[in-house]
Each structure stands twice: as C-alpha cells, then as structure tokens.
Design a protein around this ligand. Structure first.
Ligand SMILES: Nc1ncnc2c1ncn2[C@@H]1O[C@H](COP(=O)(O)OP(=O)(O)O)[C@@H](O)[C@H]1O
Ligand SMILES: [Mg+2]
Length: 340
C-alpha cells in the first residue's frame, strides 16, 4: 500500500463547457472536472503524491476519465469502479466568477461513496486529507464518509465550496460544524461561505468565529482581495497575485485548496503553503474549466516569487487580540469515533 501525501475525497464529474451562454445549438466541450479532481490535480502538480478516493462508473467513459486522472499525475489506486451513471455539470466560461452551474448528478455513481469505502489505515497514515462541502452535499452517505475520514486523518483540510443548488445554507453550515473539530484548515470564500458559520461582517471577526467552532486555522479566500489567513489567532493578509490571463474563474478555489494541502502535507509552514496556493490559483484562471490550466510547481514558484518582488504586494502581518495558541501541526488530532 503506497501511503499518499494527500488523499482527496469527492466526485469526479463530466464537465460540458461552452464559451457562449448555454442555449440550444451551442457547442459544448467535454472535459473531466469536479472540485475533487481539480484540487487533486493541483496537489499533484504542487509535488505531493496525491490519491483520489472516488466512485467512478464502470464504463468506457469512466475508462477515459481515469486516463485523464492518471495524466494529471494522480494515483487512482483508491478509485472504486462501480455500476451507475456519471454526474455532470454544464457551464459557460466565466471570467467574472458570477454564475452558477447547472448540475445533472442526483443518483450518480460518485454520490454513492460511503463510509465503507474509506480506507481507514491509509487515511490515518496519509499526510493530509482534503474534502469539500460538495462531497458532503451530494448525499448523506458521502457526508458520513467525509466525516469518518476527517476524524481519522492526521491533518484534515475542508473547503466549504457551498453550492446553493446542492444544499441549503443551513445544511452547509451543519456540515462545517460537524467537521470543525477535526479540521486543521478550512478555506471558506468570503463572504458567502464564511456566513455559513457566522453573521460577522468583518473578515477578521469571521475567522475568529469560525475558529471558535474548533478549526485550527482559516484561510478566507477573497477573490481579487487575496487571502486572509488566521492561524490560531495570528492574522496574515496575503495579497492576490495578478493573473497573467483570466479566462475562467472555475476551479480557482480548488487549485488553492489542493496546493495548500499538498504543501502542508510536505512540511511547509501554513503561511508558505497559502502563498503558494495563491500563486497556483492565479495561474489556474488562465484555462477553461476546472483543470484547464494546471501549473507546474516550478511555474507556480516563479509566479509567487515575482509577486514578492513587487513592493505593492508586500504582505501585512499583525496579531489580533484573539488568544493566540500554538497551531496544531499536521499530526494526529485525536481521532474520534464516528459511526457509519
Ligand atoms: N482573477 C484572479 N486572479 C488572480 N487570483 C485569483 C483570481 N480569482 C481567484 N484568485 C485566487 O484564488 C483564490 C480563490 O478564489 P475565490 O474566488 O476566492 O474562491 P472560489 O473559487 O472557491 O470561489 C483567491 O483567494 C485568489 O487568491
Ligand atoms: Mg471554492
């Protein structure tokens, strides 16, 4: 059994994307996506041995899908082939990040992932585990699988990725609260995902409130404003790195989460991991779809370094009056028992 640095849990989706608004007669391009795949691709590109835990239909298209997963440098040894249908979504390229997807995924094979599919020994040994609110939203069974993995993991990273077409705000908030106690890092997007947990209107106050749920650290992604990192009360504002090209915002947050999780698992500090995540996300928006542009680690490092050399990009660091405590390292956080 090869122990991965990063295990990503979720559903791989077919992506049908168009450069025009969706309507009759519009040409669509088929690709493979879903936040778990996007994040896993970013984690692999960031240097981590990355495995995906997912259910994939046992058909020809599933074979092609897995070829793409392998081509992205991802370990497929934890992928389960099962009868059933693919989940998919339709989108048009979205440079503004303003639209919602149209999903066709209810009852999909991927949403049948359950606690019995979670390889406990591997999860316990993996450097880090990454899952999202989408994996929790697709079915109650999948939410239980995520919770079991989170409780078993040494270092769990959670990206809330709230999709109102999949789950209500109340439901998404419940998923976050249920996982908080196991979570090393949560990556909510400001402001809509922070507000799943708090009605604070100030980003720093929101981070404090989210940590109060039991999370060690919060990386609040703020689109063009960059990231506000609250690591056990130590606040660092990390500016966005201007993107060389903006084609499609889809997957920026996934690229960020995957890169940060990879670097954390490989032993970087949380702040360094987040800085590299910001650089990777900035490059990711240059491609169409969730994995349209996955930068190499060398490209991402170069992009991050260029940003550091720009004086206007100087980060600000200041402590809040929140009681600072040592952040939990990526070591065991006392796995609790979770019933299947
Ligand atoms: N157009 C952009 N240019 C550069 N960086 C971007 C851009 N859009 C997003 N990012 C980076 O990606 C991170 C995640 O994006 P965000 O839109 O906040 O999350 P999500 O994709 O989950 O909605 C941001 O904090 C930012 O660092
Ligand atoms: Mg997101």
């Amino acid at each position: 059994m090869v122990i991965p640095d990063v295990l990503v849990i979720g559903e791989i989706l077919l992506e049908l994307s168009s450069t025009e608004p969706l309507d009759a007669g519009v040409a669509l391009t088929l690709n493979f996506s879903g936040d778990a795949l996007n994040a896993a691709a970013a984690a692999a590109a960031a240097g981590a041995h990355t495995a995906l835990l997912a259910r994939v239909p046992d058909d020809e298209l599933g074979d092609r899908l897995l070829e793409r997963v392998v081509a992205l440098g991802i370990d497929t040894s934890q992928v389960l082939r099962v009868p059933g249908q693919h989940g998919l979504y339709l989108q048009h390229a979205d440079p503004s990040g303003a639209r919602e997807f149209t999903y066709v995924r209810r009852g999909s094979a991927g949403s049948g992932l359950g606690p019995g599919d979670v390889p406990l020994e591997l999860v316990a040994k993996a450097g880090a585990v990454l899952a999202s609110g989408i994996a929790c939203a697709i079915s109650p069974l999948s939410a239980k699988a995520v919770r079991l993995a989170a409780a078993t993991s040494r270092c769990f990273v959670y990206d809330p990725n709230w999709r109102p077409r999949l789950v209500s705000a109340v439901g998404a908030g419940e998923h976050l609260r249920a996982l908080a106690q196991y979570t090393r890092l949560v990556t909510p997007a400001w402001a809509h995902e922070a507000q799943l947990a708090t009605d604070a209107t100030d980003p720093v106050a929101a981070c404090t409130a989210i940590r109060a749920l039991g999370v060690d650290a919060v990386a609040l992604t703020r689109g063009a404003e960059g990231v506000l990192l609250d690591d056990a009360g130590r606040i660092v504002e990390i500016p966005v790195i201007p993107a060389p090209a903006v084609v499609d915002q889809t997957g920026a947050g996934d690229s960020f989460a995957g890169t940060v999780t990879a670097r954390l698992a490989l032993g970087d500090t949380l702040e360094d991991s987040v800085r590299l995540g910001v650089a990777a996300a900035s490059l990711s928006v240059g491609g169409l779809g969730g994995t349209g542009h996955v930068a190499t680690l060398a490209q991402t490092r170069a992009h991050a370094t260029n940003a550091i050399n720009v004086p206007a990009g100087e980060p600000q660091a200041h402590a809040t009056n929140a009681s600072a405590r040592e952040p939990r390292a990526c070591v065991t956080n006392g796995a609790a028992e979770v019933s299947a």
